[in-house]
Design a protein around this ligand. Structure first.
Ligand code: 2BA
Length: 108
């Protein structure tokens, strides 16, 4: 058994959860926030049998798109304590995955 921790853009979540649950994967979703953009994203937790890992990764890959996001997070400081927003383009996603070995999976 493996644990997939996946950080996914909110827009991709409805179709991703539909496809995973349709294929009888168990999923928990948590509201999360990216440290860099400081905007909402979703973290999903999935306990997956090893023999179904490729299937799970394919569904995640098929549903999570890469997007270019323009943010004005950075500022340029000017004389007199004035800060001018500086547009910055970043590429977000598809999904960021952490995959861990699970010692035990118990449902009582
Ligand atoms: P954010 O931290 O809001 O980052 C959004 C996107 O901004 C990142 O996309 C990346 O392209 C860029 N970025 C992040 N930190 C940066 C930095 N210090 N300098 C320049 N650009 C930076 P992704 O890499 O696709 O990450 C999407 C979200 O996944 C992140 O949102 C964060 O919530 C999570 N994430 C990514 N890598 C992570 C890691 N190593 N540990 C924990 N969370 C991670």
């Amino acid at each position: 058994m493996k644990l997939i921790i996946a950080i996914v853009q909110d827009q991709d979540i409805p179709s991703l959860i539909d496809d995973l649950t349709e294929e009888e994967f168990r999923v928990t979703r948590l509201a999360s926030t990216g440290g860099f953009l400081r905007s909402g994203n979703t973290t999903i937790l999935m306990g997956v049998p090893e023999e179904r890992m490729q299937e799970a990764l394919k569904i995640i890959g098929d549903n999570c798109q890469t997007r270019e996001i323009t943010t004005s997070l950075l500022t340029v400081s000017m004389p007199g304590d004035t800060y001018i927003p500086y547009p910055l383009e970043v590429q977000v996603g598809g999904a960021v995955l952490f995959i861990l070995d699970i010692e035990q999976y118990i449902r009582i």
